[in-house]
Design a protein. Sequence first.
Length: 319
Amino acid sequence: MLISFKMFMAVVEEMSISRAAARSFVTQQCVSDHIKRIEEDYGVILFNRRPRLSLTPAGEEMYKTLCKISDLENDLEKKLKKLQGNIKPKMTIGVNATRINVILSKLLTEYNKFFPNVIISFVIKDTLALEQMLLKGQLDMIVDLNAHSSPQFNIISIGKDKLYFLISENLYKNYFKIEDLERYEEGIELKEVEGIPLVSNFEGSTIDGLIHHYAERDKAKLNILYYTGDYETQLSLCNSDLAAAICPTIILKKIFEYNKNEKNNIYVFPLKNQSEELKIEIITNKGTETPEYMEKFIELLKKMMRENIVKYKKMNKNS
């Protein structure tokens, strides 16, 4: 791809000439010259400069087309490398760390029976960063929640998840009555957890957005003191009686394992009135080849994710 096109894509993705220049290790003037050259060659204006930088319709069309070209170039590069022989196939997967860790060892053990020589690289970033990497061909797939709609994406649904309220036994005693425990095991409302210190997923994440949506709907004033996308840290805060947490089903495995070895158990209550779907999805780029080794990985991932969701929902009901 021409360097001018790469500079244009950098500006779109950063929506800032200065950040695009820093990312590309060139001057702002250099970036501006490349944009001007494209505009002159095609006789179009790519950006609105005021009141703030934004794409024109021509710019949007240019970016969509260049994303497709980038995908084709990356696909071609993979095919040519494959033809060279003696090169191990590789997958690069964007993930939420905790979500994939729950099934990772079992998944890779099974996958290794079919494709023992595939190199797999996991990239851990926030959803928006992963989606940009996928659009640029830097990832082969993403495993995430409620992907943003894009004409470039092929979205495969793995399953639907629910949210649970987690609170340590000690913290529970500070805010609730022991005789209400059985009632809360059937479900708890956000209004009932007002005032309790909470840890939420990182700000702007799908789960954090959903929690705030439910809180606004139910007119619940949540006392969120901590934000982290790492569920190990969330469980540690629960264990230390510093905060309660709200997490998806797939994380319950870690809580059940924790409760086997600790005296200060963590209680798990289903969150009531969940009207929105929390969809676990595999996202790939449309129009790119899906080799057999990737198809098998997706097949096994779908199977194991679905099995785990069903399994831990049942375990929570029986716990």
